[in-house]
Unconditional design. Structure first.
Length: 250
């Protein structure tokens, strides 16, 4: 009996260790589709979390509608309101409508100026794209019609906030992030919480390009970098006059 119990406890410990290493969990809840292009899941307790696609499938959330009951595989949820998490799979369990969303969650988000639509087809493109680059990427050609936005070095900082000035002439942008550390860097772009949630990325070690996929408003856009364990590497940004210039930087 004692031997059987010992084996059971050992297997339980191994399972917990493996779970801790993978860091993946599953969650079932109702989907909310934001007009800005962000996708949220509201769990059974009425807690909303913004979902960020961490797969190679750009259309992971394409068929989602507000109110749909979904099941996701995700990583750690950031402690913010609403929460933020990376999603690795998403399955629709049943269709729904906005009436299926817990009223307290919907009311609190609307109070924060979130706007929701019925389906992803009604939502605006989030406005940015990201790709992994080679670690020996060179600087963008200086002959392009771009204006320098900012340049910074990560030297153990846990957070850095910058502003990217977009004008009527330069309404596109390009950002390059080189993460030379072992900690993931969180990046958000936008002048309000809804836009920031739709343009939020978790950047692991390596070189990454982020660029605008459409014209952004001619205004100041906050660009924030953070990592609780400190950041290493560098980043710079340019504003561009055309979509082609923004895309070609990547």
């Amino acid at each position: 009996m004692k031997k059987t119990l010992s084996i059971f406890l050992a297997l339980t410990c191994i399972s917990l260790l493996l779970y801790g290493c993978s860091g993946k969990s599953s969650m079932t809840g109702r989907c909310l589709v934001s007009s800005s292009g962000a996708y949220l899941i509201v769990n059974e307790y009425g807690s909303p979390t913004v979902m960020h696609n961490q797969t190679n499938n750009a259309f992971l959330f394409e068929a989602l509608q507000t109110g749909d009951k979904i099941k996701i595989t995700h990583d750690e949820i950031n402690l913010s309101y609403p929460g933020q998490t990376g999603v690795y799979s998403c399955k629709v369990l049943e269709n729904g409508s906005i009436e299926d969303i817990p009223e307290n969650a919907l009311a609190s988000l609307i109070e924060m100026n979130w706007v929701f639509v019925e389906s992803s087809q009604s939502a605006n493109n989030s406005g940015t794209a990201i790709s992994r680059g080679s670690d020996d990427d060179t600087e963008p050609p200086t002959s392009k019609a771009v204006a320098e936005g900012f340049s910074l070095v990560f030297d153990g900082n846990t957070s850095i906030d910058n502003t990217l000035e977009l004008t009527s002439e330069y309404q596109y942008f390009y950002i390059k992030v080189v993460n030379t550390g072992s900690s993931t860097i969180s990046l958000s772009i936008g002048s309000d919480s809804s836009t920031q949630a739709a343009n939020y990325y978790q950047i692991p070690s390596g070189t990454y390009h982020i660029w605008s996929t459409k014209e952004w408003p001619a205004s100041s856009q906050a660009v924030s970098f953070s990592s609780s364990n400190g950041m290493s590497g560098n980043a710079y940004a340019y504003s561009c006059s055309t979509l082609t210039e923004a895309e070609e930087h990547s």
